[in-house]
Design a protein around this ligand. Structure first.
Ligand SMILES: CC(C)(COP(=O)(O)OP(=O)(O)OC[C@H]1O[C@@H](n2cnc3c(N)ncnc32)[C@H](O)[C@@H]1OP(=O)(O)O)[C@@H](O)C(=O)NCCC(=O)NCCS
Length: 203
C-alpha cells in the first residue's frame, strides 16, 4: 500500500461541500488540534458519542485523543472537517482510517456534529475516505458499527457498502466495499498526488 508524506500533510487537504453549499475543509489532525478535537467530542450528543465510540463516554478517552492527534501512529490517521465561523475555524466532523498492511484494507470510522447532520456531510466524508483508500492502493474499505445505528447503516447502504457480521461481536455489523479503481466523485487530493507521481514516474 502507498504511504503518505508525513512531512507535508497540508498537501492532503480537501475541500468538500455540504448539500446546501457550505464549504468544509478536510485536513489531517495533529497535536495542535487536541483541545478543539476534545471539545468537539464533548459537544456531540450522548447518542452520537455512544455510536462513534461504541460505548458510553463523556469525552474521547485520553489514550484515544493521543492516537487521534498523532498522525500515522499505528498506521492510523484522523481527518478533521472544519468550517470557518466569523473567521474562526471550528471542527464539525472527523473521520479516521487505519491501514492494515497485511490485508491491504482500510478500516474507517466517522462522525458529524449533531447540528450539522442531515446535510450530506457524512456522505461527503465517506466518499472522500473511499477516494483516499483508492489512492493509497487499499483493496477494501470497511468499518464496524452498532447494529442499532440506523443513520450509519443507511449512509453505508446508500454509498454501496455491503454488510457482513463483525467477527467476534454480535452487537456490531461490518459495512464493507471493494475499492473502486477511480474515484466516483470529485478526486481527493491524495488521488491527484498519486496520479501526478505516477505520470512523473512514467515520463
Ligand atoms: C452517521 C453519520 C456520520 C451520518 O452523517 P450525516 O452528515 O448526518 O449524513 P448525511 O447527511 O450525509 O446522510 C447521507 C445519507 O445517510 C442516511 N442517513 C443519514 N442520517 C440518517 C438518519 N438519522 N436516519 C436514517 N438515515 C440517515 C440517509 O440515507 C442520507 O441520505 P439522504 O439525506 O439523501 O436521505 C452521523 O449521523 C453521525 O455522526 N452519527 C454519530 C456517529 C456515528 O454513528 N458514526 C458511525 C460510527 S462508524
Amino acid at each position: 500500500m502507498q504511504h503518505i508524506d508525513l512531512h507535508d500533510l497540508g498537501r492532503y487537504s480537501d475541500v468538500l461541500l455540504s448539500r446546501d453549499g457550505e464549504v468544509i475543509t478536510l485536513r489531517f489532525a495533529d497535536l495542535a488540534d487536541a483541545d478543539a478535537l476534545q471539545s468537539y467530542f464533548r459537544g456531540l450528543s450522548s447518542g452520537s458519542r455512544y455510536n462513534r465510540l461504541m460505548g458510553a463516554a463523556s469525552e474521547l478517552p485520553a489514550g484515544q485523543l493521543d492516537r487521534f492527534t498523532h498522525v500515522g501512529e499505528d498506521d492510523g490517521f484522523t481527518l478533521v472537517a472544519t468550517t470557518k465561523r466569523d473567521g474562526v475555524e471550528k471542527i464539525i466532523g472527523e473521520a479516521r482510517y487505519a491501514i492494515d498492511d497485511e490485508s491491504n484494507d482500510l478500516e474507517i470510522g466517522l462522525s458529524v456534529d449533531d447540528t450539522m447532520q442531515g446535510r450530506g456531510i457524512g456522505a461527503a466524508l465517506l466518499g472522500n475516505l473511499a477516494c483516499r483508500a483508492a489512492a493509497l492502493g487499499a483493496g477494501r474499505l470497511f468499518g464496524d458499527t452498532l447494529r442499532s445505528n440506523d443513520a450509519m447503516l443507511a449512509l453505508a447502504r446508500k454509498a454501496g457498502f455491503a454488510f457482513v457480521p463483525t467477527p467476534g461481536d454480535w452487537k456490531q455489523i461490518r459495512f464493507e466495499k471493494k475499492t473502486a479503481l477511480a474515484p466516483d466523485d470529485i478526486p481527493c487530493a491524495s488521488w491527484r498526488l498519486a496520479a501526478i507521481a505516477a505520470s512523473a514516474h512514467a515520463a
